[in-house]
Design a protein around this ligand. Structure first.
Ligand SMILES: Nc1ncnc2c1ncn2[C@@H]1O[C@H](COP(=O)(O)OP(=O)(O)OP(=O)(O)O)[C@@H](O)[C@H]1O
Length: 281
């Protein structure tokens, strides 16, 4: 399977933070949810993919091309949305159209205008009169109006109400119908990612914990519930994280590592993250 993005051994050190040896692949035609707590390194990784900051070492290939040597070509094919809209406050949507025409060689007025209509973006209001949802929709319309093959979205749905988010998730699913398209989306709204992502990449303290197909994560991870005494008999090597309460122990495990008959509950992506970050052993 071809990869839209391939990251190998990517590192970046700040005074108090180290993004270490990042490796993951976004297969073409898929959506990857990029998750992790505040300050885990998601935006830093995304900025490195976009060559907005300098790496210390490692490689980023987009469409099989080095992201630094082929920056212009790559950026023409990527649509990016950050959590803040960066358009000047006094612009109206048609001004944005004019500016983008000069930025992207593949800019398509007719697609942009159809998104404005589809998203009910007001044509006469200036951007400072937009709601947050309108600003996000305008950013998405821009990201998708130059025939981009990859969308990179950093917290693009944060602060939006569930109805607008749901509409936007549908837009992403629509975008991905074209098998040449791919999406990398970072979000703290894990339930959204559970709905649309094919792959989940989890970053913690600047390191990748896992990058796997969502279905295999949901199939393999489980929460084992048992008494304290049964827990003591378990091989601790297979325990990824555990929570003790007055009734016994809940432990996150990979079912493939567990021998014997136990009652295992479903683990959501949020459970998997929380047990790994907060769970003891
Ligand atoms: N320019 C910078 N100089 C120094 N440290 C930085 C710089 N940019 C980011 N950092 C640090 O890098 C770490 C990772 O930040 P990053 O923005 O990548 O996290 P994140 O996972 O995107 O977090 P959030 O979910 O809160 O957006 C943080 O500790 C942050 O303070």
């Amino acid at each position: 399977m071809e990869n839209a993005i391939e990251i190998s051994n990517l590192s970046k050190k700040y005074d108090e933070f180290h993004l270490q040896n990042i490796n993951f692949k976004l297969p073409k035609g898929s959506i990857m949810g990029f998750v992790g707590e505040n300050g885990a390194g998601k935006s830093t990784t995304i900025k490195l993919i976009l060559n907005l900051i300098n790496k210390d070492c490692g490689e980023v290939n987009v469409f099989g091309l080095d992201n630094i040597k082929n920056e212009k070509k790559i950026k023409d094919n990527i649509g990016v949305v950050f959590d803040e809209s960066n358009f000047p406050d006094n612009m109206i949507a048609s001004d944005v159209n004019l500016v983008m025409k000069y930025i992207y060689c593949n800019w398509d007025d007719s697609i942009f205008n159809s998104y404005l209509k589809k998203f009910s973006i007001p044509l006469k209001k200036t951007i400072n009169e937009y709601s947050r949802g309108m600003k996000m929709k305008l950013s998405l319309a821009v990201a998708m109006s130059h025939h981009a093959k990859i969308l990179i979205l950093d917290e693009a749905t944060s602060g939006l109400d569930p109805i607008v988010r749901d509409e936007i998730l549908d837009i992403f699913l629509d975008f991905i119908q074209n098998e040449d398209h791919s999406i990398l989306i970072s979000s703290h709204i894990i339930s959204d990612l559970e709905k649309i992502a094919d792959y989940i990449t989890f970053i913690h303290n600047g390191k990748i914990v896992f990058s796997e197909a969502k279905d295999s994560l949901l199939y393999d991870f489980g929460i084992l519930k048992c008494s304290n005494s049964d827990y003591e008999k378990l091989d601790k090597e297979i325990i990824i994280g555990c929570r003790k309460n007055q009734f016994g122990v809940e432990a996150l495990i990979r079912k493939s590592n567990l021998k014997g008959n136990y009652i295992i509950d479903h683990a959501s992506i949020e459970d998997i993250m929380l047990f790994q970050i907060k769970g003891g052993k």
